[in-house]
Design a binder for this molecule. Structure first.
Ligand code: FAD
Length: 667
C-alpha cells in the first residue's frame, strides 16, 4: 500500500474560477476551514478569459430593468427549459453580488454620472452587463483573489498562520471524489474527500472533508474548435458521475457565433459579443446584413425589420426594436452556419463582423482593447480599418451536475455540491451572454454557504476515507505508466508505478496508444458528428467511435516520470472527456427536436412536448459486458411546473409558443 499524505479540512472546493473562489470565501466567512484546489496557477482559471461582462438588472443605464425582466430574458434564451427556480434566484440575487464585488475592490467602467456602466448583449432586453472594457473576468478574479488574501491576513493576525482557515493548493488535480464506504458509485455513501496529484512533482495526496464543492468549469476541450482553455476537460462532470451523481441537459452545448476562423492556429478563439453589443454588424460575402432574414417567429416582435430601425435602437431603444445581430447566440450561430453553407461565407469559411464602419477608431480601441490587440497580434488585422472574419466555436456547456436549485447540493450524493459551469439547469437549452459570471457569484455563494452548513452538521461524525479507496485511486492514476513496477514510495520523486485497478487490461498484445492521438480523434469526432447541426446517423456513428476511443484510452501509455508530465495528465483527462462526450452524444441522439444549443437537421422544429423533459445521465457499472459496453445510462425526467407567479410575468401569447395545452390549462 502506498503512503499518501492526508490533510483534514471542513470544506474542499475543486476549482479556483469565479464559482470556486466565491464558494470558498463564503465557507471561510462562515468560519469553516476551507481548501481550494486548482489545476492551474491561482488566478489563472478560465474565468479570467471572460470578456463582455456580468449580467445584473441594476437598471443603471435604463431604469426599466429589474429582476423580473432579467428572469424573463433568461427563460426565453433557454427556451423555457431552465430550472426556473435557479433562473429566479439568479435574477433576484445578481445585483447584490455585483455590488458586493465593488465593496471588495472591483472597479467597473462607469456611466457619465458615476454609476456602474452596463452594456447591451444578445437576448438581454436592456443594457445589463457590468463590465471592465472587454476584460471583465480578469477584474472579477483579481477581486475575489484579493478577498481571499485579505481573509488570510485576518487569519494570520488571529493565529499566526495565513493558511489556518483558507488554503489554495495550486497546480494540483483531483482525479476522484472519495466516499465513506469505499464503493464507487454507491448512491447512499457520504462524500469523505478528494484524491489529488500535484502536477509539478506527481506526488499524490488526499484532502479529507465532509463537504466537497465542484467548481471545475466546462468541457470544450472535447471539441476541435473551441474558445475554451486547456483546463476544460469536463473533470467535474466526470467526477460527479463517478461519485454516483447525475448530469442533466448534456445535449445542450453552446456554439458561440463568433470565434476567430483564421489563421488556423487560433481558430476558435473568442470574439466577444460586446463587439455586436456595441454596434458591430454581421455581413456575408455579398455585403448583406443577413441576420434580418433569420429572426425566428418566437422573437419577431422584439427585433428590428430594417437596418434603419436597428441602427436607431442604439440611440433610442424606446422607439426602435433591437438589431437581429443581438438575437440569442444559438440563433446567430445557426444563421452564420447557414450563410457559409450557402456559399456566402468569407474567404476562410466564416462571415464578416464589422465595427470599423460603425465607430471611430479611438472608440473601438477604448471599448474593445483586447479585440483590437487580439486581431492585430494573431491575425494581422486592424479592426478599426477592416472587418473581422468569424464563425461558430464551441464555447459553453449548459448541461451539468443535477443540483438542488436552492442549495447547489448534488442530488443523490450527500456532501457533494456543484456551482458555476459544471452545474446544470440554470441556463436551460441556451445561456445568454453575461449570465455565466453572475451565475458563478450567485450559486458559488450558495454552494459555499450550504457546504459550510452541511460540514458543520457533520462535525460530530466525519465520514472516513478508507485506505482501499486511496490505493485504488493511486493505481488508477498510475496505470498509464504501464505494468512495470510495484506500487512504490509515494514521495515527490516517485517515478512510474503499478498496474491499474481501473479494471482495464492493457494485455492481450494490443498496441499501446498515444494519448495525444486519442484526444485528437475525439475532438474531430465530436466536432464533425455532434457539433452545431446534428443528425441521427452521425450521432450513432459518434457513439461507435467513442466506444473505440474509450477502449484505446484504456491502453494510453506515457513515458518518463511523474514530474510535470503533460502526456500523463492528458492520459488521465481522457477518461473524463470520453465520459462527458458520451453523455453529450447519447442525450443529443435521444432528444428528437431542436431547441437552443441542440439543433437536429432531422427534427428541425421545437416540440412543446419536449419542453418539460430533462435527460438525466448516470454511470452504470458494466461488469462482464466488455470494455466497449455502454456505461452511461439515460432516462427522461419531467420538470416541475413553473410557479404561477413566475408564469404571470409572461403574456399568454408568448407562453403558447413554449407550453403544451395541458400545461396552459392546468394553471
Ligand atoms: P473556471 O473559471 O473555468 O474555473 C475552473 C477551475 O477548476 C479552474 O481553477 C481549474 O483549474 C479547476 N479545475 C478543473 N478541473 C480540475 C481538477 N480535476 N482538479 C482541480 N482543479 C480543477 N461569461 C460571461 O458571463 N460573460 C462573459 O463576458 C464571458 N466571456 C467569456 C469569454 C471566453 C473567451 C470564454 C471561454 C468564456 C466566457 N464566458 C463569459 C463564460 C465564463 O467565462 C465561464 O463560463 C466561467 O468563467 C466558468 O467559471 P467557473 O468558475 O465555473 O470555472
Amino acid at each position: 500500500m502506498a503512503h499518501v499524505e492526508r490533510h483534514q479540512w471542513d470544506v474542499v472546493i475543486i476549482g479556483a474560477g469565479g464559482a470556486g473562489l466565491r464558494a470558498a470565501i463564503e465557507a471561510r466567512e462562515r468560519g469553516l476551514r476551507t481548501a481550494v484546489i486548482c489545476k492551474s496557477l491561482f488566478g489563472k482559471a478560465h474565468t479570467v478569459m471572460a470578456e463582455g461582462g456580468i449580467a445584473a438588472s441594476m437598471g443603471n443605464v435604463n431604469d426599466g430593468d429589474n429582476w423580473q425582466v432579467h428572469f424573463r430574458d433568461t427563460m426565453r434564451g433557454g427556451k423555457f427549459l431552465n430550472q426556473w427556480r435557479m433562473a429566479e434566484l439568479h435574477a433576484r440575487e445578481a445585483p447584490d453580488r455585483v455590488w458586493e464585488l465593488e465593496t471588495w475592490g472591483a472597479l467597473f467602467d462607469r456611466t457619465k454620472d458615476g454609476r456602474i456602466s452596463q452594456r447591451n448583449f444578445g437576448g438581454h432586453e436592456y443594457p445589463r452587463l457590468a463590465h471592465v472594457g472587454d476584460r471583465t473576468g480578469l477584474e472579477l478574479i483579481r477581486t475575489l483573489q484579493q478577498k481571499v488574501v485579505s481573509l488570510q491576513q485576518e487569519d494570520f493576525k488571529e493565529s499566526g498562520d495565513y493558511e489556518a482557515r483558507i488554503k489554495v493548493f495550486q497546480e494540483c488535480t483531483v482525479t476522484r471524489i472519495l466516499k465513506e464506504d469505499g464503493e464507487d458509485g454507491d448512491e447512499g455513501g457520504r462524500v469523505s474527500g478528494a484524491f489529488c496529484y500535484e502536477r509539478e512533482s506527481g506526488r499524490f495526496f488526499v484532502l479529507e472533508a465532509p463537504a466537497v464543492v465542484l467548481a471545475t468549469g466546462g468541457i470544450g476541450k472535447s471539441f476541435k474548435v473551441t474558445s475554451n482553455s486547456w483546463e476544460y476537460t469536463g473533470d467535474g462532470h466526470a467526477l460527479a458521475l463517478l461519485a454516483g451523481a447525475s448530469l442533466i441537459n448534456m445535449e445542450f452545448v453552446q456554439f458561440h457565433p463568433t470565434g476567430m476562423v483564421w489563421p488556423p492556429s487560433v481558430k476558435g478563439i473568442l470574439v466577444t459579443e460586446s463587439v455586436r453589443g456595441d454596434g458591430g454588424v454581421l455581413r456575408n460575402s455579398e455585403g448583406k446584413r443577413f441576420m434580418f432574414g433569420y429572426v425566428p417567429d418566437v422573437f419577431k416582435e422584439k427585433y428590428a425589420e430594417s437596418e434603419q430601425e436597428a441602427d436607431g435602437w442604439y440611440e433610442d431603444p424606446d422607439s426602435n426594436r433591437r438589431p437581429p445581430e443581438l438575437l440569442p447566440r444559438d440563433e446567430v450561430a445557426r444563421a452564420i452556419n447557414a450563410e457559409v453553407k450557402a456559399g456566402r461565407g468569407s474567404p476562410h469559411g466564416g462571415v464578416f463582423l464589422d465595427v470599423s464602419t460603425r465607430m471611430p477608431a479611438e472608440t473601438i480601441k477604448r471599448r474593445l482593447p483586447s479585440m483590437h490587440h487580439q486581431f492585430r497580434e494573431l491575425a494581422d488585422v486592424d479592426i478599426t480599418a477592416e472587418p473581422m472574419e468569424v464563425g461558430p466555436t464551441c464555447h459553453y456547456v449548459m448541461g451539468g451536475v443535477d443540483v438542488d436549485s436552492d442549495t447547489a447540493a448534488a442530488r443523490g450524493v450527500p456532501g457533494l455540491f456543484a456551482a458555476g459551469e459544471v452545474a446544470g439547469g440554470m441556463h436551460g437549452s441556451n445561456r445568454l451572454g453575461g449570465n455565466s459570471l453572475s451565475d458563478l457569484l450567485v450559486f458559488g455563494r450558495r454552494a459555499g454557504l450550504h457546504a459550510a452548513e452541511y460540514a458543520r452538521a457533520c462535525a460530530g461524525g466525519r465520514p472516513a476515507v478508507g485506505a482501499e479507496q486511496v490505493d485504488a485511486a493511486a493505481a488508477e492514476a498510475l496505470r498509464p505508466f504501464g505494468e512495470a513496477e510495484e506500487p512504490g514510495a509515494d514521495g515527490p520523486s516517485g517515478a512510474t508505478g503499478s498496474t491499474g485497478a481501473s479494471g482495464v487490461s492493457r494485455g492481450g498484445g494490443r498496441p499501446a496508444q498515444n494519448p495525444y492521438a486519442v484526444h485528437q480523434e475525439l475532438q474531430q469526432s465530436m466536432n464533425e458528428l455532434v457539433g452545431i447541426i446534428r443528425r441521427e446517423e452521425e450521432m450513432s456513428e459518434a457513439l461507435e467511435r467513442l466506444g473505440d476511443l474509450r477502449e484505446r484510452a484504456g491502453r494510453a501509455t506515457v513515458e518518463g516520470h511523474r514530474q510535470f508530465n503533460p502526456g500523463w495528465h492528458l492520459a488521465l483527462d481522457l477518461r473524463n472527456m470520453l465520459l462527458v462526450s458520451e453523455c453529450v452524444a447519447r442525450a443529443a441522439l435521444n432528444r428528437t427536436e431542436s431547441r437552443g444549443g441542440h439543433t437536429r437537421d432531422d427534427y428541425p422544429e421545437m416540440d412543446r412536448e419536449w419542453r418539460r423533459a430533462n435527460l438525466v445521465c448516470t454511470l452504470k457499472a458494466a461488469e462482464g459486458r466488455g470494455e466497449r459496453a455502454e456505461r452511461i445510462s439515460l432516462r427522461r425526467r419531467e420538470m416541475p411546473p413553473i410557479r404561477k407567479d413566475l408564469l404571470e410575468l409572461f403574456e399568454k401569447e408568448e407562453l403558447i409558443k413554449y407550453l403544451t395545452d395541458e400545461e396552459l390549462t392546468s394553471e
